[in-house]
Design a protein around this ligand. Sequence first.
Ligand SMILES: [Zn+2]
Length: 262
Amino acid sequence: MKKFILNLAEVQELVAHNSYTVSEKQKFLSRCIDGRYENSSDLPALGIPGGDLGDLAIIAAAGNEFGFEVNLQKTSDTLIEFVGGVGNFSFHTDSHAVKNLAAGGCGHIKLITTENEAYKVTKEQAESIKKTAQELKEKGANEVVLHGDHMEGAVLVVRGDYGIKPQYELQTDEGGIKKVQVFIFHRTLVDSRHKELSQKLIENKAVKLFENQDAEYLYEVLSEETDNHLFETARHLAKNLRIFEVNFKNNGEYEVKEVGIV
Ligand SMILES: [Zn+2]
């Protein structure tokens, strides 16, 4: 099947049909930016590369790049506490990986291992993150299995308190139906998660900052590292796709803008 590349009008149509309100209980639960998640009413809205596992990599990378110590074990413990228990700690694999280990999984986590320098993590950290996934899976973490090939035809960067489901059936001019998918990164939810998480990481001594640095500083560097990781993965998995910003107002009205090409 060929990827269907979405234009502005098509993204607007997808958003019109696929947006949903985010419950207070769910707002910090994550999913990957992957467009293969099945639409469902309890789909976490917070799209971040690699889900919770990807967030672990972001925190490790921020430590390496900005020169502070990160204890990966305490960081994953903090994240688990933050999302409300190991059962809510989420990442994904796919049905290709279930059949053949080398062929699939989460593309982002795979890239962190193969291109670790670009993601500012050491080989040891990348391996340790993958090991964490295995250990947490055994303890009941939420490993979602995604199906099919990547068909994402746009990158959406979302702002506001609404989520967007990633799959849609578009009516074609010829009267047919075209199944489409989009990558979704949720800027607002990722930022507010990182704001609260920064505080917790410091409290739990998962990170050791210098004396003049505080939670606000940690939040800033996590945001910067998130952008790096998003950009690196987009370069590999979303090359030549258009990027759209979707800005929701409180009343659910929204505006979609095309902002560039990966
Ligand atoms: Zn993924």
